[in-house]
Design a protein around this ligand. Sequence first.
Ligand SMILES: [Zn+2]
Length: 525
Amino acid sequence: MGVHGAMLDTLQRMHGKITMRLRLSGMLGDPFSADMGVKQGDPLSPLLFGLFIDRCQQFLTSQCPGIGVNITKDMLACVLLYADDLVLLAKDAPGLQALLDTLHIFCQANHLTVNTTKSVAVTFHGVCPKAKHASVQYAGMPLPVQDKFTYLGIPFSTSTPNPIHDMRHGHYTKANAAMHALLQRCREVGIHNVRLRYNLFRSLVATVLAYGCEVWSVYELARIATQESAWGMGSKLLGENVHKTFLRDTLQVPKSACIVLMMSEVGAAPMMHGWAKQMAGWWNRMVARRDGDMVKEALRDSMDIACGRIDGVHASKVQQCWASALRAFLGAVGADCSALSPIPPSALEAMHKSWQQFAWADSTNEIDQGIALRQVQASTGFKRATYRAWFCQEVPEQGAGWLRFLNTRKQIKTMAAFRLGTHELGVNAMRFGPNKAERKQRVCKCCDKNVVDDERHVFECAEFATLRAQHPLLPSLPLATDPDATMRTAMDMDADGKRWRALADYLIKHMTKRQQLLAAIVDGI
Ligand SMILES: [Zn+2]
């Protein structure tokens, strides 16, 4: 293999005598010699193992010609290998037995052992009816026959009518458990900071959910073509529920909080966008492989089925098949599936833009036309309009600076409520309940100015002038010809932690004083 001389000598010496020590609860044990396997954690280990195990495939293929399953019309695979996880594939029991016997010979010659307690035989009797009662053995040990098994976290089943559905639910259950475990741990160790929590979510929960999405997410992604799934807003999308629950807990907002605003605040996109990106990355890697590569040819065959180019496949089967769903997704992002062409990055950007338009629809028309927020008549999407006019900076999904700087539960809760419109100010509180009123009648009851009790009025109300004066770092809003612009400018203090904390502390005091004033007014009546 081109490794010889001093290099080979060094490698041999490095692995000739390996000693290991175990660490338990910070205590190091005595050294002992390890004479099996490769070094733990050594970057060279996977390469050495790969070079070694590679011969296994060559041996099986050469000793068992013609045994295997068709990956394409004329390509057979008899073994799947990932690290030390091995799957043998055959069309019938004698074929599988031949592979097992050959593997046994290989293992004996190379001092390897197969863990038979972890090994099972799975018969796909739909494909091969006679195999249902097959019995096979390894080195004289019969292998139990099962109707499902999991390979690299992906379940394969012969009896489940819809294994992809099961797989999706399996991932949802795992991600949901990971999300709740993360929330609990955050509470235990006192992590409330939104930016930190969301980064943890992306690393520890979103990755669990996205695992294997190249296989299972095609049916969701296919709906991008029709917008049927409302871009992740629909409650039917399990993954998005995990996302929503996490955001609500982290921002400490009620169930009524608008999901678009929560996502905009943390700079998030629907989970589905991540899956689309992962799927596009996978597709691009596969189509970039050389012609004749087994995976690429299998993909080409699948696409031929989806495009109806294979005779004898019933139309309903074509419609339901995995490749058809993949084809719909590829069509939606403008990739030519029949030519196996790559998905350009611009296609995913366009998908994201289209989602933004969908998410902000109905809430921006009047704002875009330059109508001041307090003059907006439409009530649909008014919270989103408020957010766009007063809180959101140039890029709607740009995360707000406060996420990084606020660390106490109270500060975070108050700031999130203020920005997302779930606060106690009249403009929100008087939407429902006994004091329900039209928006223009939801005026401040603390002062006599007859002004709508909204987020801007917090900085105007005369009753709080003394309190505001005690907070010099608070943004001061001059009465201006364009109140929307002054409000937005005042709220743009992204990199200034001191000012964000000052605003949060002020809002806490403001809301407490407001409650006292209103209680006094009720008592006075
Ligand atoms: Zn007032």
